[in-house]
Design a binder for this molecule. Structure first.
Ligand code: C2E
Ligand code: MG
Ligand code: MG
Ligand code: MG
Length: 278
């Protein structure tokens, strides 16, 4: 009398599973003390206009500079913080830090361009979050038009509530924020997103450019650029590292580029020095 297939299922616990769980618990416990201790740092990476090499914006990327554990990168804690809910506090912290940087730049009379902040899906869905952000910007005397909120493509896919997302994007614009669609093309992106959602910028995922020596890859990117031109949205090519990629993007008049070829994400003071030297 054989049991059904499902009853045969068993789960293997192995050492790596337990180790990962332990590591997650460790990092979770370190979050609040680290937030208090200002161990989370923003790094800035420029978005450069290809036509004239001018810096048109920067993206804020978080780094966890832990006194004992050393430097921890987003891929090692963002997914965890999305799971345990800490991401909301972290994003608000990063947003506030970005406002302080912009406030100082304005005071010092530096050349100003928008800084973008990554907003996780959970945060994006939180009622009142955009009003709160606008309030924080106001406290720092920073116009919301200097802040861009980056939403990753997956925000739109894991959520069926299209009207709700549309409402949030409308709210973003009502409050004056810029809005960009991050990692476009990294997953099951659909061109329908571009029709449905009113974003200011799309960021083409770095995967598009990995095999850019092939004609097919080139054709896909040029078509996407043509499309974004027609839709009057700005385009940023992400993760550009080589001169071959850059030459191609020049040849098709890609507007903005972000990648190691110009600069890695840098601590704020290093970024300022880099920008001054440009
Ligand atoms: P993202 O928003 O798509 O950011 C771009 C990522 O590509 C960054 O990784 C950046 O360092 C990396 N990158 C930039 N240029 C190049 C290049 O030329 N080559 C390669 N290979 N990589 C390049 P990072 O800083 O490790 O961040 C990873 C992801 O973590 C981000 O992807 C974003 O989704 C998330 N993240 C980072 N900071 C925050 C944050 O403050 N809040 C939230 N919610 N998510 C964040
Ligand atoms: Mg981003
Ligand atoms: Mg991206
Ligand atoms: Mg990415």
């Amino acid at each position: 009398n054989r049991l059904g297939h499902d009853d045969d299922t068993c789960i293997f616990y192995d050492a790596s599973f337990t180790a990962r769980l332990q590591k997650e618990q460790d990092l979770s416990a370190l979050f609040l003390p680290s937030l208090e201790n200002e161990d989370f740092k923003i790094y800035l990476q420029p978005k450069v206009r290809l036509a004239d090499g001018r810096v048109m914006g920067a993206e804020a990327l978080v780094r966890w500079d832990h006194p004992l554990k050393g430097m921890i990168y987003p891929s090692d804690f963002i997914p965890l913080f999305e799971k345990n809910g800490s991401i909301c506090q972290l994003d608000s912290y990063i947003f506030t830090k970005v406002c302080s940087v912009l406030e100082r730049w304005i005071k010092e009379g530096r050349e100003i361009f928008p800084i973008s902040v990554n907003l996780s899906r959970q945060n994006f869905k939180k009622p009142g979050i955009l009003e709160d952000f606008a309030g924080i910007a106001g406290q720092h005397h920073v116009p919301t038009g200097l802040i861009e909120l980056e939403l990753t493509e997956s925000v739109f896919f894991e959520d069926q509530d299209i009207e709700n997302i549309k409402g949030q994007i409308k709210e973003m614009h009502r409050l004056g924020f810029l809005c960009s669609l991050d990692d476009f093309g990294s997953g099951f992106s659909s061109l329908g997103l571009l029709k449905e959602f009113d974003v200011d910028t799309i960021k083409l995922d770095r995967r598009f450019f990995l095999d850019i020596s092939q004609k097919k890859a080139k054709d896909v990117v040029s078509c996407l650029l043509e499309l974004s031109g027609k839709l009057k949205v700005h385009t940023v090519a992400e993760g550009i590292e080589t001169s071959e990629q850059l030459d191609f993007l020049r040849s098709i008049n890609c507007e903005l580029v972000q990648g190691y070829i110009f600069s890695r994400p840098l601590p704020v003071s290093d970024f300022e020095a880099w920008a001054d030297s440009q």
